[in-house]
Design a protein around this ligand. Structure first.
Ligand code: AMP
Ligand code: DBH
Length: 525
């Protein structure tokens, strides 16, 4: 958490307003907050449902500070669940729908979760089967509960609810894409997170007339706060939920619900553009004003297609669940919008670009991005040892991104120093996948690297050194093995090369750089 004097300054400067996220709800307001298929939930009803569910959660013994792993797809119930937990001061731990037993089991165990809230069946997967790894957590299901507790049965009388959290308290734990063996959890407070959502709503010029399509998973930091669902609730606008982000689902929703703004990762932008360019007659997408693209770098050629094909502005968003978010601004010159990843939200976001020894590089040159500010965390949750590496002694977060800052203050992402694969916006920690591979009896050693991909930006390539005498390793076998271990599908390697030994660096570590170079040589050869 922030040092006291720094926190005081953020309050004095008006960034931290002393409110909790629950104040975004509007009791008695009949305007529509959330549209989920043919269900429409007003602000007033959302407020009432969140409170009655808070009573239900309290009845199960859930109280302030307890962790609750929440894994819900884009469903109306998501909103009552998170606002009920916010009301109690219990901390949602935001899992993604793609997570499977390996991730959910870890989140439940590591956070000592008292409950796991999930859905019945989504995209052909029965989420209730994850109950087996939920440890001591009570399993609560939105939809058909099977043998578990039905979310819809929990609502109670909110009259006797205990006092809620303070604005400086933790509100939830968000996930980091990470670069370490186990995913790190990101503790965000009501004060800091509300600031980022509010300021983002202003930057994106949201009003009560805004209609935001949630196409990416609602629990992702981008969809939640950049400006996302919380920014929209702050502005009094309307959220339309898409169950899946494919063009066949999303384009008709944009047309019928008169969506004004939505957010995607680069591969989805490409998919939508191709679908719209190939559609005759065209759907009426004239309500759309802004297509936000972030999570991975957007190529300037794709960015340039957005206005002609979709008839709206493109906004680049370079953010991270740890805090710092950069936006190109609406109305910025085309050159800026196509070629940069934006500039920070806050005048008090501190940006340092440094070399390998933490010395500032000359202005305009590429270096490691370090940042500190009114909505950037000072440490991961219960990860003291890792925090000593991930943060500088004076509290700057080491983003692992390589950037340069232009004279106009806009950032350009030039690469990455962290051992991570950014697969179309889905982050994969190389070490996490390697650790799973190392449990395979036929694997002596494993190294996971990113390879360039036209569509996803990057894909994962795994190199393995087989164990002598073991059955031959094939990609289908290894993929099957990782699926059985319950790893989320997006983390399962796309390609495999079996080698006799790994190239090593001067100090004897596996050289990922040489592995990547070897791959390029093979591909170009
Ligand atoms: P996480 O820390 O898991 O929330 O992931 C944030 C990371 O995603 C950033 O540190 C970047 O590496 C990457 N990222 C997000 N948005 C962009 C973008 N617009 N361009 C390039 N990289 C991005
Ligand atoms: O990739 C991200 O994590 C991200 C991208 C855009 C993010 O957290 C955000 C905006 O807030």
């Amino acid at each position: 958490m922030w040092p006291d004097d720094v926190a005081d300054r953020y309050r004095k400067l008006g960034y931290w307003t002393g409110q909790t996220i629950g104040t975004l709800l509007r009791p008695g307001d009949d305007r529509i907050a959330v549209v989920d298929g043919d269900r429409e939930v007003s602000y007033g009803r959302l407020h009432d449902r969140a409170l009655s569910l808070a009573a239900g959660f309290a009845g199960l013994g859930i109280t302030k500070g307890d962790r609750v792993v929440v894994q819900l797809p884009n469903l109306a119930e998501y909103f009552e669940v998170i606002f009920a937990l916010f009301r109690l001061g219990a901390l949602p731990v935001f899992a993604l729908p793609a997570h499977r037993s390996a991730e959910i089991g870890y989140f439940c165990a590591h956070t000592e979760a008292v409950a796991f809230v999930t859905t019945d069946v989504h995209e052909g997967f029965d989420h209730r089967t994850l109950a087996a790894v939920a440890a001591d957590a009570r399993v609560i299901v939105a939809g058909d509960p099977g043998e578990h507790t039905a979310l819809s049965d929990l609502h109670g009388d909110p009259a006797g609810l205990p006092p809620g959290p303070a604005p400086g308290d933790l509100a939830f734990l968000q996930l980091s894409g990470g670069s370490t063996g186990l995913p790190k959890l990101i503790p965000r407070t009501h004060d800091d997170y509300l600031y980022s959502a509010r300021a983002s709503a202003e930057i994106c010029e949201l009003t009560a007339d805004s209609v935001y399509l949630a196409a990416l998973p609602v629990a992702h930091n981008f969809t939640m706060s950049s400006p996302g669902i919380l920014g929209v609730l702050h502005a009094g606008g309307r959220i339309v939920l898409a169950r899946r982000p494919d063009p066949a689902t999303v384009l008709p929703l944009i047309a019928t619900e008169r969506v004004t703004i939505t957010a995607v990762v680069p591969p989805l932008a490409l998919l939508w553009l191709d679908a719209v360019a190939g559609t005759t007659p065209r759907l009426d997408l004239s309500s759309l004003r802004v297509l936000q693209v972030g999570g991975a770098k957007l190529g300037s050629t794709v960015a340039a297609r957005v206005q002609p094909v979709l008839g709206c502005q493109v906004q680049q968003v370079f953010g991270m669940a740890e805090g710092l978010v950069n936006y190109t601004r609406l109305g910025d010159p085309e050159e800026v919008v196509l070629n940069t990843q934006g500039r920070p939200i806050s005048p008090d976001d501190e940006i340092l670009v440094v070399d390998d020894e933490d010395r500032p590089v000359p202005p305009g040159e590429v270096g490691h991005l370090l940042t500190r500010g009114p909505y950037t965390i000072r440490g991961y949750w219960r990860a003291e040892e890792h925090n000593r590496e991930a943060f500088t002694p004076d509290g700057f977060y080491r983003t692992g991104d390589l950037v340069r800052v232009r004279p106009d203050g806009y950032l350009v992402v030039e690469g990455r120093a962290k051992d991570q694969i950014n697969r179309g916006g889905e982050k994969i920690a190389a070490e996490e996948v390697e650790n799973h591979l190392l449990t395979h009896p036929g694997v002596h050693d494993a190294a996971v690297v990113a390879v360039p991909d036209e569509y996803l930006g990057e894909r994962t390539h795994v190199f393995v050194v087989p164990r002598a005498g073991a059955e031959p390793l094939t990609l289908p076998r290894l993929r099957g093995y990782l699926r059985e271990r319950g790893l989320a599908a997006y983390k399962i390697p796309d390609r495999l090369t079996v080698v006799g030994a790994f190239p090593i660096t001067g100090v004897g570590k596996t050289s990922r750089r040489e592995l990547r170079a070897a791959l390029r040589a093979i591909q170009e050869g």
